[in-house]
Design a protein around this ligand. Structure first.
Ligand code: SF4
Length: 49
């Protein structure tokens, strides 16, 4: 994997700032009845196991 840290060190992109917590998500398992393409836990039922 190519390191990208050099690209991030010299940018004028505004710093990311944390805001107040408003939503807390707790994943209780690895199954979900949704099938979002961006799923970060591969919880969809269509993901092969
Ligand atoms: S498929 Fe993944 S991202 Fe979509 S609702 Fe379920 S857990 Fe969340």
């Amino acid at each position: 994997m190519k390191s990208t840290i050099e690209l991030l060190e010299h940018t004028d992109f505004p710093a990311i700032k944390r805001r107040q917590l408003t939503i807390l998500q707790v994943n209780m398992g690895y199954l979900c009845n949704m099938s979002c393409v961006h799923c970060h836990v591969a919880a969809s039922l269509i993901v092969p196991r």
